[in-house]
Design a protein around this ligand. Structure first.
Ligand SMILES: Cc1cc2nc3c(=O)[nH]c(=O)nc-3n(C[C@H](O)[C@H](O)[C@H](O)COP(=O)(O)OP(=O)(O)OC[C@H]3O[C@@H](n4cnc5c(N)ncnc54)[C@H](O)[C@@H]3O)c2cc1C
Length: 288
């Protein structure tokens, strides 16, 4: 056996495809079929050097099950603990859903683009989320709460299919007390629901918008985002100030495999957060 062959078999710690071990520090049931996993890198040096931005995602790897893209849902100002809010969607997410505190998982990342929190300093913000789409926007909300006076009016328009599908409901009061106008709706109420019933884009009718000073950040099902964009444009918010987070089936997350191609962009590299003005020709087209 040649030495060259042996050398090539030694894992390179800077290899972008190499997962790094992280321990599950906490598991919190967050909504029906959704839990939030708080992870910390096992290696103290990795833990200390780690940082991420609001909107980025990690690839979570479970040996024998596979690897999935999951957004970071915690505060970027506390990067040593990485929250991931995960919905049981299929084989890998279900296998991760069975893990317990103290179990170990592989993490690659953080990857992708971030919400434009710096570019929108001083603006009014309309944050619009549907279902699990609130997960990548929670770091935005937590960042704003830390420097609330740096932004104008901040509104969260959030909806889910049923009350049981709403994420982070135990945090809404704190977000309201911190100066964020939280408006919530569900498609279908239950006996205990006293809130609004209707789809998320309808919440636009409940707010006043100064189109010259407002930016929109949205994440959720594509059909929801299409109507959110329609409502934002109807209120004369410029395309350049509408930002959306796109999801596509993802494999490598580093621009090699092409699974997440969307028009001329790779969601893993140029996205997931994209400016609507840049992707308008492809958005909502079936083949993209
Ligand atoms: C950038 C990014 C961030 C994400 N963030 C989160 C998150 O914070 N929380 C979370 O729960 N999920 C998130 N997802 C979706 C998550 O990656 C998928 O649910 C997961 O890959 C499903 O894998 P699985 O093996 O469990 O199910 P599979 O059996 O692979 O899939 C189950 C079903 O979900 C569909 N599906 C798989 N991936 C996607 C996708 N990306 N978009 C739409 N449908 C898909 C499949 O076509 C299939 O119908 C994110 C995806 C991307 C690309």
């Amino acid at each position: 056996m040649s030495t060259a062959f042996l050398t090539s078999e030694i894992p390179n710690p800077t290899d972008p495809m190499l997962p790094h071990l992280a321990t599950i520090q906490d598991v919190k049931p967050t909504a029906a079929g959704v839990s939030t996993f708080s992870l910390v890198f096992a290696n103290p040096e990795e833990r200390a050097n780690h940082c991420f931005q609001a909107g980025q995602f990690n690839m979570l790897y479970l040996p024998g099950a596979g690897e999935v893209a999951i957004s970071l849902s915690s505060d970027p100002a506390q990067p040593e603990v990485m929250d991931h809010t995960i919905r049981d969607a299929g084989s890998v997410t279900r296998a991760i859903g069975r893990l317990k505190v103290g179990d170990v998982i592989g993490v690659r990342g953080p990857y992708g683009s971030a919400w434009p929190l710096n570019k929108t300093l001083g603006s009014n913000l309309v944050i619009v989320a549907g279902g699990i789409g609130l997960a990548p926007l929670r770091p935005v909300i937590l960042s704003i709460l830390r420097q609330r006076s740096a932004y104008g009016q901040v509104v969260l328009l959030y909806g889910a299919r049923t009350p049981a599908d709403l994420l982070y409901t135990d945090e809404f009061d704190k977000w309201r007390q911190g100066g964020i106008d939280v408006q919530v709706t569900v498609d279908l109420g239950d006996k205990s629901w006293r809130g609004l019933v209707g789809v998320v884009p309808q919440l636009f009718y409940r707010i006043r918008i100064d189109h010259k000073k407002t930016a929109v950040m949205t994440c959720g099902p594509e059909i929801m985002m299409r109507f959110v964009i329609y409502e934002a444009l109807a209120r004369r918010i410029p395309k350049e100030r509408i930002f959306i987070s796109m999801e596509r089936n993802m494999k490598c997350a580093v621009g090699f495999c092409g699974h997440c191609q969307f028009g001329p962009t790779f969601i893993c590299k140029q996205g997931p957060v994209l400016n609507f003005a840049a992707i308008e020709p492809f958005f909502g087209k079936e083949d993209f």
